[in-house]
Write a protein that binds this ligand. Structure first.
Ligand code: ZN
Length: 219
């Protein structure tokens, strides 16, 4: 079971970053790789890439050190939670609670969670989902929820670099990050900071109605 931290009476989400977790900026370089050149770190280690070959921001791991920043996400824990389907708040394996479907809660953008929607949000266990819509500033203004039977690996969100200048390529609309699929050639020049999943097998639900049902199977 993942250790739980609280700050000012609130549970610190598993994926939240702490002040002791610094983001480093190693020197970038163009490097030779199978299939052609790609972005890399001058002092790259195997831990700098995910299992699909994407380069990730380098951020130290010191959960519980300093103060938690609820509004920022730790890149590695977000990826772990999204890929392994861990509850983004308590770190519980949601597959162990509910093997056939996972609960996703997203900010309300005026429509329910839709089939094929992409998200950087990992799933939640039911008790954490209920607490999150009450406590999380991101969700307090409105949320939508769904059971998802097939959350799949899609790609990353990050900064795409110009292969010639090795500077960040400008994005339309001044967006901070681009979402790049693993099968997009630009993935070779992307520095990832979030995992992006695509949601299939979506059944929208009302959390209030789930709350009225039988107790969840949380251990
Ligand atoms: Zn949880």
């Amino acid at each position: 079971m993942t250790r739980t931290y609280t700050q000012q009476g609130l549970t610190v989400p598993y994926i939240a970053a702490w002040s002791g977790e610094r983001v480093h900026a190693p020197t970038l370089e163009r490097r030779a790789a199978r299939g052609g050149p790609c972005l890399g770190y001058a002092d790259e280690s195997p831990y700098d890439r995910d299992e699909y070959g994407a380069l990730w921001v380098r951020q130290s791991i010191a959960r519980g050190r300093g103060r938690a920043n609820f509004a920022t996400v730790h890149a590695l824990r977000q990826r772990q939670a999204a890929v392994r389907l861990l509850c983004q708040v308590c770190g519980t394996d949601t597959l162990a609670i509910s093997p056939d479907r996972q609960l996703f809660v997203l900010r309300d953008t005026g429509q329910p969670v839709t089939e094929g929607e992409r998200t950087t949000a990992p799933p939640l266990c039911l008790p954490c989902a209920q607490a999150s819509v009450r406590d999380c500033p991101h969700l307090r203004t409105g949320h939508v929820a769904a059971w998802v039977s097939l959350p799949q690996v899609w790609g990353v969100a990050g900064i795409v670099y110009d292969p010639k200048t090795l500077r960040p390529a400008p994005l339309p609309g001044n967006r901070p990050m681009a979402e790049i699929a693993y099968d997009n050639p630009h993935i070779r020049w992307t520095l990832a900071s979030r995992h992006v999943s695509v949601l299939h097998g979506v059944t929208p639900v009302e959390l209030d109605e789930l709350a009225a049902g039988p107790p969840s199977g949380r251990p």
